[in-house]
Design a protein around this ligand. Sequence first.
Ligand SMILES: *Cc1c(COP(=O)(O)O)cnc(C)c1O
Length: 361
Amino acid sequence: MNRVYNFSAGPAMLPQEVLERARDDLLDWQGSGMSVMEMSHRSKEYMSIAAQAESDLRELLAIPTNYKVLFLQGGATLQFAMVPHNLMRGKGTADYINTGVWSKKAIAEGKLYGKVNVAASSSDTNFTTIPAQETWNLNPDAAYLHYTPNETIGGVEFPFVPETGEVPLVADMSSTLLSRPIEVSRYGIIYAGAQKNIGPAGLAIVIVREDLIGHAPAGSPVMLDYKTHAENESMYNTPPTYAWYIAGLVFSWLKKQGGLPAIAAINQRKADRLYRYIDASGFYKNPVDPTCRSWMNVPFILPKAEMDAEFLAATKKAGLISLKGHRLVGGMRASIYNAMPEAGVDALIAYMQDFAARHGG
Ligand SMILES: *Cc1c(COP(=O)(O)O)cnc(C)c1O
């Protein structure tokens, strides 16, 4: 068996230990005589899997008791609509920070529900910076402020948590949740699609402060109302049971690594090593302001776009997969989430060094 170093932005690598555990459980989960995929979500066995996953996630993130954790479907993209649907609360206007592709998608959905005030944007730097909070045009009457702490495509990350006073702060943490400790109490809602840093696609995690539940408009479709999911332990309908189970294995793996402080130290080391090499190479370039470079998604460009195909062609033989940059940005992108071992980053750097040396770098 040859496992590759997979730099895909999502679905992304999972820890090998998690996959091995899932393999061992596949036909017969702990003597139940069935696979987790075949279990009723109402069964005692599955309820214990679901509850353990939630309790491990709560422990990892130190989630306060006045927050609900929801395990939903529809990806992060459905949250672009569920957030305004549940949080607009008749106010009719919300603040958004535009730092790239994912912010823009959230903004477009927000506009379906009310007025969107783009309180700050980094479009003037082609989304390679984060605007300082002093320059933002926040509306004190906004229903909420939405931002994208880590822009997966641009590889740009907020080096601070916005201050919003009484206005609930909403964060799309799809590509950064669990990469380091965070202070959950600063947020009204945190949401994330699982397939970046949590588990398999098909699952979205929503961490929502209880006072923000129960404000969907009258006549709301049940599935769009946070209250439905909060009151039914995310089991109003059949949840994505297998993805939830795998996410639970990932949480347990993270605890074994020493929790988020330990994984954060590794993540920072991996990112620092890669950026340091890129900057020192005189060959590759990362366009993002060094103060807001992502730990998770590292875009880099070669001296000439004509070199891209050759760079990519040989990566596969080196066991390095999915390095092609997003179609909107071009160049390369290495996504180095929690499950990417340090040896994977070292192998990438060795490949880059060799390629540069052979091309006059
Ligand atoms: C991947 C991603 C999304 C979209 O997630 P889906 O689960 O595919 O809906 C949204 N926001 C960010 C920041 C992402 O990285």
